[in-house]
Design a protein around this ligand. Sequence first.
Ligand SMILES: *Cc1c(COP(=O)(O)O)cnc(C)c1O
Length: 469
Amino acid sequence: MNSILQQDLNDLENILEKAKQQGINFLNNLEDIPTSNTNKIDPKRILNDLGLGSEETLKEFNERLAPLLVSSPGPRYWGFVTGGSTPASIVGDWLASVYDQNTQSVSSQGGNSALIEFETINLVLQLLELPDSFVGGFVTGATMSNFTCLGAARQWFGKQFGKDFAKNGISENIHILTATPHSSSIKSLSMLGIGSQNYTVVKTVEGNREALDIVDLEEKIKTLNGKPFILISSAGTVNTADFDDFEAISKLREKHNFWWHIDGAFGGFAAVSEKYKHFVKGWEGADSITIDCHKWLNVPYESAFYLIKKEHLSLQIETFQNSNAPYLGNPLENFNYLNVVPENSRRLRALPVWFSLVAYGKEGFCDIIEKSTLLALHFGNELIEEGSFEIMAPIRLNNVCFTLKGDENQDKVSEFLTKLNDTGKVFMTPTIYQNRKGIRASFVNWRTAEDDIRIVMEEMKKVLKDLNL
Ligand SMILES: *Cc1c(COP(=O)(O)O)cnc(C)c1O
């Protein structure tokens, strides 16, 4: 064994202890670590011939890299839809690295890590009150989940014409209908060879809404003259957390032949709360659903899962099977994750979610969801009370989409946001909503409290003053 590796092995306990201490220091200081940093890492480090060993490397990380990392798991990182990481999820994440399983076949010897993934999917179905007619698995994020679901949908579409797109390529014009898709679904259409421009936009509901208009959907379906199509619907749009009407879509299934996909990356968690589950009523009728865990479930990146109806398993296998490796056996008999997802080798990605669900239960997650939505409303009220802001859309769930009051201030929105983010006290992201510049604050993190809103409002008032607004 290389002498540095040997030295590390001998010193393992001390090294892990130091890493633990470092983790504790970071997590205990999240409130004070800035949410943004304009200093950049110079990435041109020369690779040393002789290794430094883990302890010295940790020192270098501490001196050169760690101080420039931001408090994205902290309570005032409100940009995008950013979750934090609960204690149990960190334990699961650390142990997934320590146990270092290659999670694939449930039936092979040593296949118990795949059964842990199965068990975790079973737990999330219970959390979301979805039936076990769905089979699911873990991927790196909602983008890959959308990709996996739409990959199976693509194969389904071919089947309607007696064709196998996975084997022979796409030879029919695939019809996609959608109203307010997330950019990652469009990216998936590109990756799947369907084409990122090859979809038909369905109108949104009249008024200040991003939800799909069912009447217009029916119009668009009519123009297809009975041809099959793929519907990409939303459970939680990123600007305004709007939901398509799933009960109405379910009814359309009685008359029309389509694959129904729901992107519920964060909005799917509405199902956890008695107050909000009406938003997803009827969603169990979908063919496939995307859910992110590194958002509202508050586990570390990279964690999301797909759910696809059991009856479509063969379509999914046709799309993702690693068929040039016959030693892996018959993919239908021997359920193997590598035959149903884009990746072959995979870590035990379910473990942080398993730890979180067992540690905090249904009630823990219901509390996180309901607290986030209360904080969003509270922030919205503070913005209105301040007088210089306008809320751009109703606060349905956890996102607040707002802007500076007055069209004359539209050209100051970017400067306002840059100055605000530069304080390092809060981080929000820009958006365009109904052709106007806006700002999004998304409440997702389990640590965020009312006092954080007070701190942010103070900073916002200072920036307003600074800009003479
Ligand atoms: C965040 C998000 C995605 C993409 O998720 P990643 O985890 O970044 O891949 C897709 N859809 C919706 C609705 C999202 O909010």
